[in-house]
Design a protein around this ligand. Structure first.
Ligand code: SF4
Length: 367
């Protein structure tokens, strides 16, 4: 059965057209499903009984089972483990920071890119989520959050640019003004640097924010922690970021995971400033959250020294707190254990998967 959350406004409109129902049915259903968060069609009392039955015959409104929920006693960060209809598992996280309530959502089961500091990378890629599954994470968490989300970030499991179409469809559904009406400017798509995806997002002038995980300012170092850097080297990545700014006039956010003894020297900071100089941007410095002793967190003193060195030169620098580190919910720690492929724990790019998805992006670029 189809998931209604997987339908854009236009697709739902087509469905009602075929039934000979008026246009305003879309608004009624979108409001019930997204604003009121109804989980069953019998709650839609503004629709006739016959139509409610027809909708229940054709669609579901929920497909997830909550397997686990853990909240951090330190900062309230809450991590959810969901089981989807096919039995696959994904995680999503709510992060509370003052008035900010950030929903961090997944776009794939596992990830093909194998960044060495990332637990999800060890799983390998298992499958893409469809838009409905991405949207459902937001609706399920909205029911449980202390307050509605102020920000939605595609920084959970997976590389969003390798599931471009469904990620954009999900963002469109979430921001539809007849439904949840979530601010487009508060949705961030985060990429490890998939250049065709960045260029496509720029060409299509998508209204969402773009974040790029940089994590090293020297090419040889970046290749060590992010194997995908070999395919998309830093100079070309920076050109793509510039291109994105020229097209959209939106500042890019660069994420920089700081790892003690690896990328936290003053040389690293200077190089970071140098390569980002031409891109109007914001830099987020994130002390590493790895469970692996090979990636130690920097000392507070090193962190501040690095921040200071970058601060004077770029538009804005923030140090992101390590929210949720005690419950394995911080960046790079999302790992639905039961999904581990084991064989993928070698931190290599799953070349086949990336190649296939890349081809698709390029084809779309040409179109
Ligand atoms: S950091 Fe992101 S891109 Fe890299 S392996 Fe993890 S989920 Fe994939």
């Amino acid at each position: 059965m189809r998931n209604l959350l997987n339908l854009t406004n236009e697709e739902l409109q087509n469905y009602f057209n075929e039934l000979g129902e008026p246009r305003f049915r879309v608004k009624q259903v979108y409001q019930g499903a997204f604003q009121k968060g109804y989980e069953r069609f019998d709650r839609f009392t503004n629709l006739s009984k016959k139509l409610r039955e027809k909708l229940a015959e054709d669609f579901t409104l929920r497909s997830f089972k909550e397997l686990e929920r853990i909240s951090s006693p330190l900062d309230g960060t809450t991590k959810f483990l969901w089981q989807m209809a096919d039995g696959r598992k994904i995680e999503s996280v709510i992060i509370y920071e003052g008035k900010r309530v950030t929903f961090c959502i997944s776009s794939q089961v596992g990830c093909a890119l194998g960044c060495t500091f990332c637990a999800t990378g060890k799983m390998g890629w298992l499958r893409d989520l469809n838009a409905g599954e991405i949207v459902e994470q937001v609706l399920q968490m909205s029911r449980q959050a202390k307050s509605p989300p102020t920000n939605i970030v595609f920084m959970g499991m997976g590389e969003p640019m390798l599931n471009y179409d469904e990620v954009m469809r999900a963002a469109e559904i979430l921001s539809d003004n007849e439904g949840l009406n979530f601010s487009r400017r508060k949705i961030t798509i985060s990429t490890s640097g998939i250049i065709p995806g960045i260029r496509r997002m720029a060409d299509e002038e998508r209204p969402y924010r773009l974040a790029i995980s940089l994590n090293a300012a020297f090419q040889h170092k970046r290749e060590q922690v992010m194997p995908i850097a070999k395919k998309y080297p830093l100079p070309q990545l920076m050109e793509a970021a510039q291109y994105y700014y020229r097209k959209t006039r939106k500042r890019v956010t660069f994420e920089y995971v700081l790892i003690a003894g690896f990328n936290d020297s003053l040389d690293d900071a200077r190089e970071l400033v140098r390569i980002t100089r031409k891109v109007p941007c914001k830099i987020n410095i994130i002390p590493v959250n790895s469970q692996d002793d090979n990636f130690p967190a920097p000392s507070e003193a090193k962190l501040r020294q690095f921040e200071q060195a970058v601060q004077d030169s770029v538009y804005a620098v923030t140090v992101r707190n390590r929210k949720g580190w005690d419950i394995q919910a911080a960046c790079g720690m999302l790992y639905a254990t039961n999904e581990a492929k084991g064989k993928a724990a070698t931190h290599k790019v799953d070349v086949q998967t990336v190649k296939m998805k890349d081809e698709r992006l390029k084809m779309k670029e040409k179109i």
